[in-house]
Design a protein. Sequence first.
Length: 256
Amino acid sequence: MRVWPRMSARFKRLLTGVLAGVIILSMTTEALCAPQYQVVTEELPPYSYTESGDVTGVCSEIVKALMRKMGHPEKITSYSWSRAYNLTLQNEGYILFSTGRNASREKLFKWVGPLIPDRTVLFARKGSGLVIRALDDAKKVKSIGTYKDDVGEIMLKERGFTNINSILDDKFNVQKLAAGRIDLWITSEIAGHYVARKMGVQDKVEKIFEVGSDHLYLAFNIKTPDSEIVRWQKALDEIKSDGTYAQILRKYDVKP
């Protein structure tokens, strides 16, 4: 039997370097071959908002951590909700967050999540005297401020509401409510309180009714391969299990 001579230290270093190069090349090739997505969101603090030219916020940080895990470029573009929603609905290769998942949207997108919990509520002007015991009671008011194509607006339309006052930037709803130009405002509870504080009207508005409780998700264009949804979901599950997710939620004082 032939016995191979012992490798020299120099040859070992050379072989180790070659193997390392092959591994790095393999990983780089895999990353380059992985699908690249246009990731879009909206200006809705504290979920996502632009600060010093960078898109940040609790959901944005979760998504960036997920993108790092996936080896995906950490580029997020912020648009109006309506534009971001329709870009993802109509174009392959788009991902939208933070998206409420409901029956009317279920088959329009493919889903990864949940990102964070969310409650949809009705705000009124403090001292208005309005009492809402069931959602349909809100049909009696003159106008309800809604955010165009948001889950709250869609819910009201599905319930036959006609007193909807829809706008493209939700922060103006809280100003209109505080000024008495609308009677109610339907929005996320977390975002509603945050925007009211930022606009300096937190003492003029109050939550008076909880419409529903749900979670926010990443919505993928419907043509996204199922294998990609599995990959992204696995990566999200991993950042939840390794402590990254919990750390981001604590930073923004959001309960899981």
